[in-house]
Design a protein around this ligand. Sequence first.
Ligand code: UD1
Ligand code: MG
Length: 456
Amino acid sequence: MTDRLAAVVLAAGMGTRMKSERPKVLHPVAGKPMIDWALDAAVAVGADPVVVVTAPGQQAVRDAVAGRAATAIQEQALGTGDAVKPARDALAAIAAAGGTVLVLYGDTPMITPATLARMVEARAAQDRPAVVVLGFEPDDPALYGRLVLGADHGLDRIVEARDAGPVEREIGLCNGGVMAIDAALLFPMLDALGNANAKGEYYLTDLVGIARSLDRRCAVVTCDPIEPMGVDSRAGLAAAEAAMQIRLRAVAMAEGTTLVAPETVFLSHDTRLGRDVTVHPHVVFGLGVTVADGAEIRSFSHLEGARVAAGAIVGPYARLRPGADIGEGAHIGNFVEIKNATVEAGAKANHLSYVGDARVGAGANIGAGTITCNYDGFAKHRTDIGAGAFIGSNTALVAPVRVGDGAIVGAGSTVTRDVAADAMTVVRGEERTIAGGAARFRSRRIKPAGPATGKR
Ligand code: UD1
Ligand code: MG
């Protein structure tokens, strides 16, 4: 039987350097709040419960995780060791039953479930290490805690940079911040923590020394240095975003999507791209986009809350807003905006149109400059366009309005009444031609000497 597993996510730090009204851990990376990256990773490896520790003033964080995690409050930021203590009640059951408690930070969105799983696995080793620490070798160890290994290559202790002597400071293997701790020992060890150190804080890292003094082994699991990357500032947030984008692009390509210029495509954590989808340079995927197999998303398009079916072509310069549902083989061209509208299979809207709160039937053709006038200043109204209908260029469809299957609307029409199936409607001012009128106009307005220049 596998051990029980719980997790504590520390998020009580003040995040002052973000200079933000919003708690640091609620800032998104690839469209997902940082706290959720941590929470989801913990849940993905089977942690239950997950406890999020916040500062008293961070109600917004507690609200954001409500229903998905238990919460606890650290009254004062007295250090990472102190921060785990408020989770005591929520972890009482696992502390009694035994198992593993993962401790991770709310501001390290790159930590993967796979890495957490390796740490949990390491806890299950024969010698049952009491603490498994995530180690990594950063380019610049700077202020990271240093991992001091014993003769047996086990972990002997962690020395915080500020407390390290010159020899310890030379150690390249650092603490990535995640620990997997023997649940039965966690709180007794936390109670044994002191704060006689450079920062006057209760260091979670001191649990290693305490476990060793109890004659328990400790171990290190190493990871890619990108994973423990923490966010403290806006620049750090941008760096995490860049790292996450690289990861998401790699996953998309590994699953069979062509990204012509991956570094120019921006994905959300939940973007779903099918096989043989081609994404051309400079495309932004906001939240909630699914693109089915073989579809093509051309340059400079922006998609959010949209579905694109197999074989459809979107862009260049298209905008799909929430509720856009583009059917199989449909074409959405340049400067076309689709919102809360279904464009059925094979339909086309190729140029300069707004289609909102609408259905465009299969095979229908929406001419350049067609606008669904869906808003009257008070409410939104629907436009329904039947299969195979033809909407001439520069048509205004004043909703609510229906155009039946196979109907034709002449270019330039402003349609306010329903058009029956197979009917033809043209709503236009009468065209009047005056033979020779232009020449006479010019002769009245322009000096005889010069040709018409168009300027006055
Ligand atoms: C910590 C580690 C260090 C490690 C580094 C990795 C300790 C003593 N040091 O240092 O070994 O290399 O992370 O990034 O653990 N937090 C609270 N309450 C507190 C203090 C912190 O909730 O009282 C939270 C913060 O919000 C943050 C996390 O704990 O999410 C880490 O705190 P931080 O101050 O960044 O620790 P470091 O000094 O970077
Ligand atoms: Mg830090």
